[in-house]
Design a protein around this ligand. Structure first.
Ligand SMILES: Cc1cc2nc3c(=O)[nH]c(=O)nc-3n(C[C@H](O)[C@H](O)[C@H](O)COP(=O)(O)OP(=O)(O)OC[C@H]3O[C@@H](n4cnc5c(N)ncnc54)[C@H](O)[C@@H]3O)c2cc1C
Length: 477
């Protein structure tokens, strides 16, 4: 039975997931997305191609356990389809230090993460959307909101598309990091609280295929952090790999990485990556993207909804840079939570309950990710200007004055399989209850009392030497 109508602006990963969830719960769904057809190939596997509406979608993506958890539990057929088209599961024993691999625990399946190129994820969700009768798709851009400003609090009653107004009981903004919805609201006098944590990192991503899989040094990813360039690799579906080189936006030398040959010269000079490099065959150009901030918005100020009728999900709600690989996980978690709450709440109740979830559960993940991104930005900037490198931001947010530090928790976790699981739940966006901050964890960390590691000697690697980089990149102006 069709109940109420939801209009969704943006049909990428998070918008498409929202559309499927609401449609399957009996809502009438209107999905507005100009780029829908781009996800769908000609019957074969989709290939990564530039998308003006989501330029980051061509960049290296790792999908953390929460992304896989949400898909597998909420959209199991879509998840199976992803696996059928080459998506691969990575189980806990691949993520764990070898010494901690044991017989397993009941909830260990939650930790499994998924290898899939972003394009396969979007393609698979797009295929499911298209097969769903209750979703009406409009292949166009939303151009505005219909707002009734007669009451004490303005109410969004629909979206404008192709010169017409599409009425809706709930309007979901899934328009991503450049969504125009917040500026439309601002024009109507609705100024959302927004936290901005600037990022000054440029990402250069290239896609590869490989014939023989090797082990990655961080289980979920392969990472190498040099002074002026941080290198990450994620594996995708169907024996694909995605490598990202991260540099400071203002670094003139490393802008040369946009040339495929320059990118290869740097990867080839990374001694610790030599084995992997020997099995990689490039299959794409180099994609570059820079100057991307972390940003989180709210539709509530001082406990009062600023507007009735809209909700935001995905990057339009909380966008984080890839430093922690959390964007899709946070977006799918938000889509799932909004869907659940909307089955029981309407109007201000829905806004309040969703905002409470955002503050309690989503915001800590945002703050951790933006803190890591700020640290990475500062480290790359310090290398460029020859100033001291700042210490790492803690990976985990603990309450102010907490009796143990994030560093102590992480050190103890490397010695204890149960604690390792608690830390991994927080890192993989599975710990909405923040068990990581509980008294039981404090007690266990103290009992283990892991000693501090001796400071590592300064690395002597080719890519840490700026003069070496200058030589490597000399031919690529
Ligand atoms: C360089 C980089 C690397 C990243 N790596 C990772 C990673 O490793 N792991 C991870 O989990 N996350 C990663 N992320 C974050 C992740 O890409 C985002 O969190 C994710 O794309 C958010 O999905 P979304 O559906 O909210 O928005 P998007 O994917 O940005 O989609 C927004 C959609 O809205 C549409 N749209 C915009 N305006 C309108 C309009 N007016 N009307 C209709 N439609 C509209 C666009 O066409 C687009 O399709 C990375 C981000 C960057 C920048």
């Amino acid at each position: 039975m069709v109940r109420v109508r939801v209009a969704i602006s943006g049909g990428s990963a998070v918008g498409a997931t929202s559309a499927l969830l609401f449609a399957r719960s009996g809502w009438e769904v209107l999905l507005v997305e100009p780029e829908t057809r781009r996800f769908v190939g000609d019957g074969g596997l989709p290939e990564t191609a530039p998308r003006p509406g989501a330029p980051h979608a061509v960049h290296a993506h790792g999908l953390m356990s929460r992304a896989r958890y949400e898909l597998r539990h909420r959209l199991p057929d879509v998840y199976d389809d992803l696996l059928a088209h080459g998506g691969t599961e990575v189980t806990l024993d691949r993520l764990c230090p070898p010494a901690l691999v044991d017989g397993g625990r009941d909830q260990d399946d939650d930790f499994t993460c998924l290898r899939s190129r972003r394009v396969l994820l979007d393609h698979t969700l797009g295929t499911a959307v298209r097969a769903t009768r209750e979703i009406v798709e409009i292949a166009s851009r939303a151009t505005g909101l219909e707002i009734d400003a007669t009451g004490s609090v303005p109410r969004v009653t629909g979206v404008r598309v192709d010169g017409a107004t599409e009425r809706a009981d709930l309007v979901i903004d899934a328009g991503g990091r450049r969504s125009p919805v917040s500026s439309w609201l601002a024009r109507a006098g609705v100024e959302q609280p927004v936290q901005v944590d600037p990022g000054e990192v440029t990402y250069y991503s290239r896609h590869y295929r490989f014939e023989r899989e090797l082990r990655m040094n961080r289980g979920f990813a392969d990472a190498h952090l040099f002074g002026s360039v941080h290198q990450f690799m994620f594996l995708g579906d169907s024996s694909t790999a995605m490598v990202a080189l991260c540099t400071h936006d203002a670094d003139p030398l490393l802008k040369r990485l946009r040339h495929p040959e320059a990118c290869e010269a740097v990867l080839g000079a990374n001694e610790d990556f030599a084995e992997w490099y020997a099995v990689l065959e490039p299959v794409s150009p180099v994609f570059a993207l820079g100057s991307i901030d972390n940003r989180m918005r709210s539709l509530v100020r001082d406990g009062r909804p600023l507007v009735r009728g809209p909700a935001q999900v995905g990057d339009s709600l909380a966008m984080t840079n890839p430093t922690r690989g959390r964007g899709i996980s946070m977006g799918l978690a938000a889509a799932g939570r909004l869907h659940d709450l909307a089955q029981e709440h309407t109007g201000d109740d829905l806004t309040h309950s969703y905002d409470a979830w955002q503050r309690d559960s989503l915001a800590p993940y945002y703050r951790e990710a933006s803190a890591s991104d700020t640290t990475m930005t500062s480290a790359l900037r310090a290398s460029l200007h020859g100033t001291p490198v700042p210490p790492n931001a803690p990976d985990l947010e603990l309450p102010h004055g907490h009796p143990v530090s994030a560093d102590e928790v992480e050190r103890a976790a490397r010695l204890d399989p149960d604690l390792f699981r608690v830390v991994l739940r927080a890192s993989m966006v599975l710990d909405d209850e923040r068990r990581i901050a509980s008294p039981e964890v404090v007690e266990r960390v103290r009992r283990i009392g892991a000693p501090a590691a001796a400071p590592a000697p300064p690395p002597t690697r080719r890519l840490d030497d700026r003069a070496e980089l200058v030589g490597l990149l000399a031919d690529y102006a």
